[in-house]
Design a protein around this ligand. Structure first.
Ligand code: ZN
Length: 138
């Protein structure tokens, strides 16, 4: 079993709890504007499109594509042969709806821009980190 990479636990607030704890039910939840349907991430008190304030969490499909990525070789972890991939993925629900995450369950060399991925969750304490794995075998 590989060591889990060190992750900073986010501070939970009423604004972001749905995001960090949705994984407990295996759901990726993002804020959505009830007026115009725009998805909003990171959480904001106002819809950037219509300035509506009626926002609430809804479940997304968890399907995304890799928009950009970088390797972190993490010299402070005792497994230097397993660099991990820090990526920004774009969710299929909306152009520009992006999350910073890690790509897991595949070799770092296999990750590429445009790669189809889906969400998986890694639980640490009361937080479920949304990570992404390839949809197809690599
Ligand atoms: Zn709106």
């Amino acid at each position: 079993m590989a060591e889990k990479p060190f992750r900073m636990l986010p501070r939970l607030t009423d604004q972001n709890r749905h995001f960090w704890q949705g994984g407990a039910e295996d759901e990726l939840r993002l804020l959505r504007c009830r007026s115009c349907g725009t998805w909003i991430h990171p959480p904001s008190p106002l819809c950037p499109r219509c300035l509506g304030k009626q926002l609430g969490p809804e479940v997304v499909s968890g399907r995304a594509t890799v928009a950009t990525f970088t390797l972190n070789h993490q010299p402070w972890v005792p497994s230097p042969d397993h660099p991990y991939v820090i990526a920004i993925v774009e969710l299929e629900e909306q152009p520009g709806l992006r999350l910073m995450t890690n790509i897991v369950h595949c070799p770092a060399e296999a990750v590429h821009i445009g790669m189809p991925v889906r969400v998986v969750f890694e639980n640490q304490e009361d937080v479920w980190f949304p990570l992404f794995e390839p949809v197809e075998d690599v």
